[in-house]
Write a protein that binds this ligand. Structure first.
Ligand code: E4P
Length: 226
């Protein structure tokens, strides 16, 4: 399972990349427009922080296949390293995924709401598919069930496409997606922090430290505790 940061905020990316086992960064137009910099500058800055080996996902805006392909090639030129092109699963998007796959440009099929969208995108050659868990839940659907059914379809049909679950609003959704067959997940920084946050852990650490200090003072190995 790989963990991606779903954000374009440089401070948050820097912090997450330093502290957590991060495989890369996913962006989308809504995420990029929240930041102050022009999108190319923002994407290049993200690349500088994560390096060229980690994946950076960039979503196209064009809505016809030939323009999507041009936009994808532009991003590939402008942003060095492992850049994955996110393409919505429209008919034009599927055509573009086929073309880009033939040119060895890696793609992620995004805005996925149904298992069949994922299967068709995978057959077209997408490297990843991204079901939108919380947005499906918002429509009175069952985002986790969609993740689970995509995982089953990929197993039955021996697809090598990876299931990258996206659109989370809480830790429980992330947890259930991981249990339901998501190969990888992309999560906003605020929720990544909550993945390990548990009050009893912090309390235990404090108790260990105060017991230690009562006996040994501030000495700990070759350190002096504060
Ligand atoms: C992935 O990058 C998706 O675009 C993103 O997870 C969507 O999240 P949202 O539904 O919170 O906007």
């Amino acid at each position: 399972m790989r963990l991606y940061i779903d954000s374009a905020n440089l401070d948050q990316i820097e912090r997450m990349n330093e502290y957590y086992p991060i495989a890369g960064v996913t962006t989308n137009p809504s995420i990029l427009v929240k930041e102050k910099n022009h999108y190319i500058q923002a994407l290049q800055d993200i690349r500088k922080i994560i390096g060229e080996e980690k994946e950076l996902f960039i979503q196209v805006i064009a809505d016809n296949a030939s323009e999507i392909v041009k936009e994808a090639e532009y991003f590939q030129t402008m942003i060095p390293g492992k850049t994955i092109i996110k393409i919505p699963v429209t008919e034009e998007g599927i055509k573009a995924i086929k073309t880009l796959t033939a040119k060895n440009v890696p793609t992620l099929a995004t805005t996925i709401y149904t298992p069949f969208q994922a299967l068709i995108a995978a057959k077209a050659g997408a490297k990843y598919v991204a079901p939108y868990v919380n947005r499906i839940d918002d429509l009175s659907g069952d985002g986790i069930r969609v993740v689970s059914e995509i995982a089953t379809l990929f197993t039955i049909h021996k697809m090598s496409t990876e299931l990258l679950a996206a659109s989370f609003k809480n830790v429980q959704q992330v947890y259930e997606a991981c249990l339901s067959g998501a190969h990888t997940i992309t999560v906003a920084p605020e929720i990544i922090e909550k993945l390990i946050d548990f009050p009893a852990t912090a309390r235990d650490v404090k108790v260990f430290q105060s017991q230690w200090k009562e006996t040994y003072g501030n000495e700990a190995g070759n350190l002096l505790l504060k």
